[in-house]
Every structure is written in C-alpha cells, then in structure tokens.
Ligand binder design. Structure first.
Ligand code: IVH
Length: 719
C-alpha cells in the first residue's frame, strides 16, 4: 500500500471528530454543507487511491448486497431480557429481593434509563474496530446484520481514542431506534410513493435492520443508544456509571436521560419524571429500566431463567394498539353535524377497551383514508379519547374509500355542507385584498372605520366543510340528542330521565318539547300503564323532575344546547347578563363584549334567540322553572379569577372537586383538565401524580389543596 497522504489522514480524522461532535456532544461545529464538502473530498481522494481505503473509512458505510439470507451468529454472552414491574409495589419487592440476596439492609445505587422502544442489537468491537453487528435473535443466536449496522451514522466504525484503553474484544449492547419526527417523515414519504407504511417506530427500526440491501437501510433514519455490555475481554469496569462515561469518551452514543439513583424512592421519582415528560421526549419509550449499578453486585445476583436478577423494566401502560376496522359510520349529533366514526374490533389501549374512534371531520377522514378491513393504529390521546394515528392498508382486495353520505343516515333528509367562512376586505380599485376577518361583523366594522368608496367585502369558504343533516327537529337523532343534552348532569340534571326512559317518552309523544317534561306528572296514570314503568319508577322520575325545577341560570343556558355554547360560555353569559331575559334581548355587540365570546360564537347565540321555534319553546319552558340568577358582576374585573387558567389534580378535601371547579368558574376562571404553559395555577390534592410533576417542570404556580379556602379568598397570596 502506498503511503497515505497527509491530507487524506487529516480528512479521516476531521470527519470522525465531526461525527463525534454531532452524535455524542450534540453540538456540531460545522454546517451540513461543510460536512458534505469534506466527504466529497474524501471520496475524490479515495477514487484516485482505491488501495488506501479500509472498511473503517466513513465512505464505506454502505457495503455490497449479500446474496441470500443473513448468516447466523452465536453471541459470546447471552442477550438477556428484562422482568417487568407495573407499579411501585412491584418495584419495592424487586428492591427487597435484591437487598435480601446481597445480605444487606443498606440502600444500593440503581442506574436508571428510559426503556427504548426499538430493536436490540449487539455490536462487537475488536481493539476499537467495529467487526460485527448482530440482532438479538433468540438471545443465544442472532443474525449477522453487520452491513446494515455499518450504515447507522451514530455508530462509530472505530472507537475514538480516549484516556481509556480499548478492550481486546467487547460486545456493546444497545438499541437501534427511530426518532418520532424522523418516523413521521419516513411514513409520509412512503405514503406519497405508495410504499409500505410502518405501524410504529419500533417496527420501522426492526424492519430496516433486516433489509438484505444495505443501501435501503442506509436511507432509513436509524439511531443508536448503548445500554450495556456482553463479553468484555482485556478490560475491567467497576460499575455501569463508569461504563457509560467510558462509552461516551469512545464516541458510543448513550442516552442523556440516564441517571443514577441512590434509593428505590429516587427510582420512583425518576419514573414519574420520565412518564410526565414522555410526550416531549423525541423518541418512543415504553417505560424505564432500573439496573444495579455495581458490577460485583450484578455478578453476585446472577440471573433467573433469561432475565437478570439485577435489573427490571418499569413499564408504562401501553399507549398504542393495532386493530381491524370493521366499519365506518356517520353519526348524527344533536346539532345535526355528521361525524365519521370508525367501528373497531375491540382492543385494549393502555388498560381501556376501545371499539369506537371518532374521525372528527371530512378532512381527517381524507387524511387517514381508513377503509373496512384495514388495520388502524389507535392511541389514547391525553389519556382519554382514543385517536386514530394512522392506517395500515389491507394488502389485497382493499375496500373502496369512504364517501360522505348524500342523505342523513337516520332521517334521510338531504345533507348540507356547512362551510366555515372568511371575509376579506378588498380594495376594488386595485383589486387587492386589504385584510381578512373571521366574521362579517368585524369586516363591516373595518369598512365603517376606513371609509373609502373602493372597499368592499368578499366571503370565502374555508376548506373544512362540516356535513349537516337538514332535518332539524324532524331527525330523530337530532331530537333525541337535544333532549339527552338537556337532562344531562351538567345541564338540567334530571337523573330519572335516563336514555331508555327518555327515548321511550319521546317515542310515545309524551315529550315533544322541553316544557312537556314539566307536565309529565299530569299524565301519571298513563305513564304507569307503559311497559317497564311501575308506580315506583314514575315516583322517582317525577321527584327528579321536581328537583330540577330550581336551576341556576348558567345551567339552564348550557342545557339549551346552543351551538358553540359550552359550560364556560354559559357561565360567562349568566354572569354578565344576570337573567334569561337579558340574555335573550342581548345584541350582537353586547355578546362579543362577553369574556371568551368572539363574533362566530356571538352569531350562533343571536341566531338561536332569533329563531321562532326556539323562542316558542322558551316561552313555554321558562314559566315551569325557578331560575336562580347570579349576582351580576358589573365588570370582568370584579371576578377574582378572571382571565386565569386553573387546573385541578389529586383528591381535594373538604370540598368536592366539582364544588371547587364551580367556585372558580363563577369567578371567571377557566378550569382545565390538562396542564400547559398557559396554566396559571395547579391546585394539587392528595396523591397528585404526573400533572404535579408537569406543573413543576413548566414552572406553573402550585396551590396545595389544603390551602384552597385561602386561595379562593385571595389568589394574589399565591403569586
Ligand atoms: S438492558 C440484561 N436497557 O428491552 C438487561 N434494555 O427485555 C438487558 N431495552 O430487548 C437489557 N431499552 O433491547 C436494557 N435502557 C435499556 C433498554 C433495554 C430498551 C430493550 C432491550 C431488550 C428488552 C429487554
């Protein structure tokens, strides 16, 4: 071999050092373009001097395609799997067993790591040079995927010289994974090109490693973290902490979220911290792993079956699950809007059985393109509502795409499109748009203040159309939905009118309007004759109706089911106007002055009270009720919590959570169930869990539930 030129060896060194800065320090000192430039020069030199090239050159990551299948490889030391813990008690038992086995009652150190949701691999380095990459296989024998492993840019082909000498032979154990953002981009690309869409980042990582052609693997955004060692010849380590710091000095990537804990309580704290920040972690994890830090202790503890006694995985409840789509239906809501809903083969997602999943609107339906027989990936977003994340199309005989119906599936009335509009003020002399508005009202105001002959308004319909049944009260679904909402707990709270009884009374025409509910007792004898209605059930029904006669104004406003008027808006309306009469008489201008009400909502409210059918219905309903009006707050400033966003978590005593919520909302607070940067306060009761952790990390002010009375009296004390 000719003597290597100085420039060539310098470039080799420089590229390796930039790789180290990029993958290990996460702090590159040159741009991607400058890096590419160096790489081009390296390849140019190598094309002139092919005899200089060694397999460790950064240009040699993508090798040739092997002929058949992967060769098998027997691991020098078995690749173990982990036992699982699902709660704090399991973890405490694990710790007790360890202390007992070691014959000590002193706390020992645990090394804590996120449990990566990827594919396990073993990398063999001989005197610092990567010679093999192997899959886990059955733990004893894996597949030789060296040519694919070499394409992963964060895996060094040669270890970086450091103060620590290289072992003669070392099995580095770790996880190959794909970052969430890279995964989304990968799937989007695949979808566009009509290629296979992956169910999740783990499948994509494992599938990419098993490609026979390394050129394909090289195009996949694979990453790597080392999480242990197998056989190590020619070097001694004391503990895991030392191993990982030496790994970093050699340029082997190690997860920066790893941490040493000095007790089992600290392990639990680590679990909570990681769980609460899970959504912000850029890769998928499915729990955390706790390992006895000291290697002599590990040896002493040994293994049982295929799991070490010195390590355990504390798993999160599964968040994503795969299931078959059995049907896609359009459900009619109380406002007439049709929502596409996927009917699924029941699947357990994070401990909850899911068989329905809303697809929200036509845009979402188009984006996901779910079809009967396809497999859907279901996630429980925010831990409550199941969400369809993506669809894996059926390979053969795929069903047709779902079309929006032309007629209401319930009453067969024609479907109308409900566009959201945008109003643009146009300068017609220059045919140029001047400004866009979300409502016609705002656009008109703009015209009034900028009087010019050439200005006019044009309405433009935005993309997302809602489809709506045009049947109104004649559609049984809309009619039943309207009454289900009216009697609900947060509305008029008539618990004797459960769905079955309510629908029966609607069918028998006892209930044709809201007011009919309050004259049911006049039909007592007839009711008792109905199927499933005994004397007692009629008694209960009438009692619960009587109880609901006395109602707070905001509850009544909410129960009317005015489009876009949720609990908070209903409270704001009640607090600002103080009586039903004042709300009915309010003008559009009065309405948009109410906190949280914009022109779109104001328009819905005005429309509701202008409608003849609604006015007639209210005229008969109101005399049946005893409405409790609130004290009118003359200005928003009179509300103690006006403009504040407050979240509640944990067990609150002595008040109930609903009482606290009502109190805060009546003083103008927006009470939310989740924590975000916008949250002003978190009220934390007993057993507050991940929300408390999240609030701490986001710097949200925390109020201990025991101080709730002081807080309600004067929130300023908690700034
Ligand atoms: S340690 C003896 N640490 O989980 C301990 N494993 O069932 C062996 N995994 O297939 C593994 N993240 O690939 C360890 N930080 C981590 C891990 C981790 C993910 C995988 C591993 C193995 C499985 C264990």
């Amino acid at each position: 071999m000719n003597k290597l030129s100085h420039r060539y060896t310098t470039i080799l060194k420089t590229i390796r050092s930039h790789d180290y800065e990029y993958y290990i320090l996460d702090d590159p000192s040159i741009s991607d373009q400058q890096y590419d430039e160096l790489f081009r020069e390296l390849k140019q030199i190598e094309s002139k001097h092919p005899d200089w090239i060694t397999p460790e050159s950064p240009s040699q990551r993508v090798g040739i395609k092997p002929e058949n299948d992967f060769a098998t490889f027997r691991h020098f030391q078995q690749m173990l799997s982990l036992a699982n813990a699902f709660n704090a008690e399991d973890l405490k038992n694990f710790n007790d067993r360890i202390l007992k086995n070691l014959g000590t009652d002193k706390q020992i150190d645990y090394f804590c790591e996120p449990k990566m949701d990827g594919a396990a691999v073993s990398l063999i380095y001989e005197k610092g040079i990567l010679t093999k990459g192997v899959t886990r296989g059955d733990g004893t024998i894996g597949e030789d995927i060296t040519s694919n492993i070499r394409t992963i840019r964060s895996i060094p082909l040669t270890l970086k010289e450091s103060e620590s000498s290289f072992p003669d032979l070392l099995e580095v154990r770790g996880e190959v994974f794909i970052r969430k953002s890279d995964f989304d981009a990968l799937n989007q690309r695949a979808n566009k090109n009509g290629e296979k869409v992956f169910a999740n980042p783990r499948n994509a990582a494992a599938g990419s490693l098993r490609q026979l052609d390394p050129a394909i693997t090289s195009g996949r955004p694979l990453a790597f973290f080392a999480h242990g060692i197998g056989l190590c010849q020619g070097k001694e380590f004391i503990d895991l902490q030392e191993i990982f710091s030496v790994f970093l000095s050699w340029g082997l990537p190690v997860n920066s979220l790893n941490k040493l804990a000095v007790s089992v309580d600290e392990c639990l704290k680590y679990f909570q911290e990681i769980e609460s920040s899970r959504d912000n972690i850029p890769f998928e994890i499915d729990g955390v792993v706790f390992k006895v830090n000291e290697l002599t202790f590990q040896k002493q503890l040994g293994q049982i079956a295929r799991s070490p006694r010195w390590a355990i995985a504390h798993k999160f409840p599964a968040e994503e699950a795969l299931t078959e789509i059995e049907n896609i239906e359009f459900q009619v809501g109380r406002t007439g809007i049709l929502t596409p809903v996927a009917k699924l083969k029941t699947v357990n997602v994070g401990g909850v059985n899911v068989s329905n999943c809303t697809l929200h609107n036509l845009d979402e339906l188009k984006r996901l393109d779910p079809r009967v027989g396809d497999v859907a990936v279901i996630k429980r977003a925010g831990d409550v509502i199941p969400k369809m994340v993506r669809v894996i199309p059926k390979k053969k005989n795929r069903a047709n795409a779902v079309e929006a119906p032309q007629k209401c599936p319930c009453c067969h009335s024609p479907i109308v499109l409900n566009y959201q509009s945008e109003w643009t003020v146009i300068d017609s002399s220059k045919s140029k748009p001047v400004k866009k508005f979300a409502s016609k009202y705002e656009a008109q105001k703009f015209l009034e203040t900028n009087q010019s002959i050439s200005l006019n308004i044009s309405e433009e319909q935005l993309d997302t159309p809602f489809i709506k049944c045009s049947g109104g009260n004649n559609c049984p679904e809309i009619f039943q939905g309207k009454f289900t909402h009216f009697v609900a707990k947060k509305a008029m709270d008539i618990d004797g009118l459960g769905q079955e009884i309510l629908f029966a009374l609607i069918n028998k025409k006892f209930i044709k309007d809201f007011a009919d509910i309050y004259s049911l007792k006049e039909h007592r004898a007839e009711l008792e004759k109905l199927e499933r209605f005994g004397e007692k059930s009629v008694d209960n029904l009438i009692k619960s109706i009587d109880k609901s006669v006395s109602v707070e104004l905001y509850k009544l406003v909410f129960s009317l089911g005015i489009e876009e008027v949720g609990e908070t808006t209903a409270r704001n309306l009640a607090n600002v106007f103080g009586s039903m009469e004042a709300i009915q008489k309010s003008s559009f201008e009065d309405l948009i002055a109410v906190p949280d009400i914009g022109p779109r909502v104001a328009a819905k409210i005005s429309d509701y009270f202008c409608d003849d059918e609604n006015t007639a219905s209210l005229e008969t309903l109101l005399p049946c009720l005893h409405i409790i009006n609130p004290d009118i707050k003359t200005s928003n400033k009179d509300m103690k919590f006006f403009g504040l966003q407050i979240a509640i978590t944990g067990k609150i005593a002595p008040m109930s959570r609903d009482e606290v919520k009502n109190l805060l909302m009546s003083e103008g607070a927006k009470v939310t169930s989740s924590i975000s940067k916008k949250t002003d306060y978190l009220i934390a009761g007993e057993n507050a869990g991940s929300k408390l952790e999240k609030a701490k990390t986001l710097g949200v002010r925390i109020v201990d539930a025991v101080d709730i009375n002081t807080f309600v009296d004067d929130p300023k004390k908690f700034i």
